[in-house]
Structure formats: C-alpha cells, structure tokens
Design a protein around this ligand. Structure first.
Ligand SMILES: C[S@@+](CC[C@H](N)C(=O)[O-])C[C@H]1O[C@@H](n2cnc3c(N)ncnc32)[C@H](O)[C@@H]1O
Length: 289
C-alpha cells in the first residue's frame, strides 16, 4: 500500500485492495475495523470520518496493521481487543478469539430455569480461554461463585487480565487445570464449556489465519474431535450436584455423538440446541444422581 490517500475513504479502499491481492478474507471489514480502532469509534460510525484527510500517524498505523493482516494474522489479534456480549476483552494469541455462537451458549445458561432456581450457584467454565463465558456470566448473573479453568497457563493469564479490565477480578477466580476433577464431589451447580472439538486431521486443513495463529490447544479435539468431551463428562459426573446442569458448545456435525455421550454418562434431560444458523451447536444435560 504505497499511494498517499487523500481521505479515509480512499485509505480504506487502498487497504482493501492491498489485502485482496493476498487472498485475505473479508478485506473491507478488516480495514474498517482497523480504521475504527484508530479513530476510537465503532465501525458503523466510521462514515462520519470518511471524507476527512487522515493524519500521517493514522496512515502509518493502519499500514502496520494491514501488513500483519496481510501476513495472515487474524484482524482481532491485530486490534488487540474484541467484543463479546457486553464486554470488550483483550485478545491475543494466548487464547481463541471468542466466536459469536459462544454468546448464545451464555444465553442458554442465563435462560435456564434450573440456573435461575439456584441461589448463589457455583458456576465453572472449563477451557476458559479469554474468560469470555465466565466473565459474561458473572457480569449478567446477579449472584454466584464463578471459576474459569484452563489447561493453558497463557490463557489463564489472559483471562485474569480480562477480569481486571472488566472490573470483575473480585468476582471470578481463574486457575490452571486439566478438566475440572479437583472440585469436591457433587459441589458444582453449573458446568459450562466450549472445549476444543475439531478432529486433529481437520485442524491441519483449517484456514491459515486460524490454524497458524490461534492456539492448537484451543482447536484440536483429538482424532475424532471428542477426546476433551469424554474427559470432561467423566469429571462432570463426579463434580456436578444432583440436578446440576451441563452446557456444552459442540461442532455442527457432533449433535448425535454428543447426545449419545451424554446418555452414556448418565445425564438426564439431554438436549441438542441449534445456533442462529440452524446448525446443531450446543448440548445440555442434567446430572441425575
Ligand atoms: C475452543 S477454546 C474456548 C475458549 C473460550 N472458552 C471461548 O469460548 O472462546 C478451548 C479452550 O480449552 C482449553 N483446554 C483444552 N483442553 C483442556 C483441558 N483438558 N482442560 C482445560 N482446558 C482445556 C484450551 O486451552 C482453550 O483455551
């Protein structure tokens, strides 16, 4: 991107053309997001600045950001922050970029009569990543004890930074853990997880901006994509109270497998729920004993 743009509109068009040549997806959106960050406004408010002449420092900063995106880095990591429900979270390569479907997982938890019926529930999020799920639950549920766990110390550190940034550090505890088997038996009211669920051979074929930049630990669910679910269900049967609820995000083609697994591990009221695109995306069940 070498030309000197006269307006922000021109700068964005040049940036998009630069990315188009490098086969980057959603180039216009990426440029607008970067520009919005520099103008400290929302992407939809950018139109107010489109005819302004961008200062040299803005052109330089956008150029640097575009170079990173052109090399395949997700625009969210370049921005360094991303919105999830009502929170703005720090995002970087220590953890998965929160996806919009996961906002619906939080909705499922919040709307559950079983969750609403518990006073001060112990809520545990396994594989917390940025902390997006458990921080949102702490922010949106009035009462409770909230714990986010991750096998990755880097993710735990990022989640703790996000707790501080969102003013929730006093309400959410984060810890490094493989699964959640260390809770006392029958002590947890709500277990929620968006674990890695992509089969290993599929991870290898993912788009480079995902495969080469987001942590493999956040994506790879083992040979059939179900390895972390199996371990998690075993832990869940130990630590959930009778009547405690499990909420899982799942791959679009894993509805049947997850229903079978939840049945196999003795969960009651097993349900598979769809996302807004109509694909199987969540599995829920209730601890029966
Ligand atoms: C798909 S990411 C989800 C991150 C975040 N909850 C979200 O929804 O954006 C899965 C997370 O699970 C963590 N993880 C993988 N295996 C785990 C295990 N056995 N125990 C705990 N966390 C695990 C990864 O480090 C990663 O942060």
């Amino acid at each position: 991107m070498s030309d000197q743009p006269k307006t922000l509109r021109e700068l964005i068009a040049l940036g998009a053309a630069y990315l188009d040549k490098r086969q980057i997806p959603d180039t216009r959106v990426a440029c607008e997001l970067l520009a919005a960050r520099l103008f400290k406004c929302g992407r939809l408010e950018l139109y107010r600045h489109l005819d302004a002449a961008p200062e040299a420092r803005v052109v330089d900063a956008l150029r640097r950001g575009l170079q990173r995106v052109a090399q395949g880095e997700p625009v969210q990591y370049v921005l360094g922050q991303w919105a999830f429900r009502n929170l703005t979270l720090k995002v970087d390569r220590r953890a998965l970029i929160p996806r919009p479907e996961t906002e619906q997982l939080v909705d499922l938890v919040l709307r559950s009569p079983r969750v609403q019926g518990v006073v001060k529930p112990l809520v545990v999020d396994v594989g917390t990543g940025t902390g997006c799920i458990i921080l949102s639950l702490a922010a949106e549920l009035r009462e409770g004890v909230f714990v986010g766990l991750d096998i990755s110390p880097e993710a735990v550190a990022l989640a703790q930074e996000n707790a501080a940034l969102t003013g929730l550090a006093e309400r959410v505890l984060f810890a490094e853990s493989d699964g959640c088997g260390e809770f006392d038996p029958a002590s947890v009211d709500v277990l929620v997880s968006n674990p890695p669920y992509i089969p290993s051979h599929v991870v290898d074929g993912l788009a480079p901006h995902i495969r080469d930049h987001e942590p493999r630990l956040a994506l790879d669910g083992g040979p059939d994509g179900l390895a972390v679910y199996r371990a998690l269900l075993l832990d869940a049967t130990m630590v959930l109270k009778a009547g405690g609820v499990l909420f899982l995000e799942i791959g679009a083609d894993q509805g049947v497998a997850l229903r079978d697994l939840l049945d196999e591990y003795g969960f009651a009221n097993v349900e598979i729920h769809q996302d807004y695109a109509g694909r199987d995306r969540f599995a829920t069940g209730v601890q029966s004993v």
